[in-house]
Design a protein around this ligand. Structure first.
Ligand code: SF4
Ligand code: SF4
Length: 313
């Protein structure tokens, strides 16, 4: 059972469900199967769900919500930079999730330099919080500098930073740099829930070590992990609770590895390159290639290819 904790003004489970793994960005399309897994995790105490506008999985989440006796806490994210864009994102989430009040709305994948450009959206979200449409406002980021910048903004309740033991995916520093920035934000009163604690899936084989490391961080309120099987739910909960997962379960979870696949019909047009903030894509001749050590398997490039060449498999 995942214990509960404070996250800004909310109470959430210490382990949250990262639903990118249940989205078309990671080649997942089975709404009923995904909803069943969310319900399975909810009944085991994972009652905090993380999604985003671009995950395009609100209908899946709503299907699960309809089967539950109580609402989960749902965090979502938007790339909106204008007031009008923020309003549209909140309307879409409330309508598609069938929730009167959104728990958390984050500005998605921010950097210190992009935050000023999103000020109109942030102001609108802060106003929506005052009007009771949202409970908490925040940012998600892969950047140390952004965590430090967000820590100083009164409008922000919650920060969702990328953090893992190896620093995989942090775009401007090491794991130590990120931990120091997050600790500062925590001291400034921001709620913290970490993402990509398994490096976006790259460290599945060392999942226990990865989760235990993040649990030891004094600034941690909660963390979300992408899961796509009941075995992963059970394994992660066992580690969270300090139990040793049974060997069979550990083998099933460690046996699963994923990668970004480039289809042979890639035309080398380069349109996917700007979608990758990790710099993991480059053109080589007439094809795009992936630097696996930089790729955090976010799937954001997949929707940028007009020829549907990119898939997480
Ligand atoms: S993966 Fe798609 S967008 Fe990227 S270079 Fe190939 S064809 Fe173009
Ligand atoms: S290559 Fe694609 S899946 Fe990998 S980090 Fe970049 S955007 Fe994400």
């Amino acid at each position: 059972m995942s214990s509960e904790t404070k996250l800004g003004p909310l109470t959430v489970s210490r382990l949250g469900f990262g639903t990118l793994s249940l989205s078309p960005l990671q080649s997942f399309h089975e709404v009923d199967q995904g909803a069943e897994l969310l319900c399975y995790a909810w009944h085991k105490g994972i009652t905090f769900w993380d999604t985003a506008q671009i995950y395009a999985n609100y209908p899946l989440l709503r299907t699960a919500i309809k089967k539950l006796p109580r609402l989960p806490v749902v965090a979502t994210k938007t790339y909106a930079y204008s007031a009008r864009g923020a309003e549209a994102a909140v309307d879409e989430a409330r309508r598609q999730l069938d929730m009167d009040v959104l728990d958390i709305m984050l500005l998605h994948e921010q950097e210190a330099l992009t935050l000023p450009g999103h000020r109109p959206a942030l102001d609108w979200l802060a106003g929506a919080r005052e009007r009771g449409l949202i409970r908490a406002v925040g940012v998600s980021t892969h950047s140390v500098a952004c965590v430090l910048a967000a820590a100083e903004l009164d409008e922000i309740d919650v920060i969702h930073p990328l953090y893992n033991k190896w620093g995989l995916g942090i775009c401007d520093g090491s794991a130590r740099d990120m931990a120091a920035a997050i600790a500062r934000a925590r001291r400034r009163g921001k709620g913290i829930y970490a993402m990509k604690v398994l490096g976006g899936g790259a460290m599945y084989r060392r999942a226990g070590e990865a989760i235990r490391h993040v649990l030891q961080q004094p600034w941690l309120d909660s963390m979300v992990i992408g899961m796509s099987t009941a075995a992963e739910v059970d394994f992660n909960l066992a580690v969270l609770e300090g139990r040793t997962p049974p060997p069979g379960l550990a083998r099933r979870v460690r046996g699963r590895s994923r990668r970004l696949h480039v289809a042979e019909w890639c035309q080398g047009c380069g349109q996917c390159l700007p979608a990758c903030s990790q710099g993991a894509l480059q053109l080589a001749g007439d094809k795009v290639t992936v630097q696996a050590e930089r790729c955090v398997l976010c799937g954001y490039c997949c929707r940028a290819c007009p020829h549907v060449c990119l898939k997480i498999i």
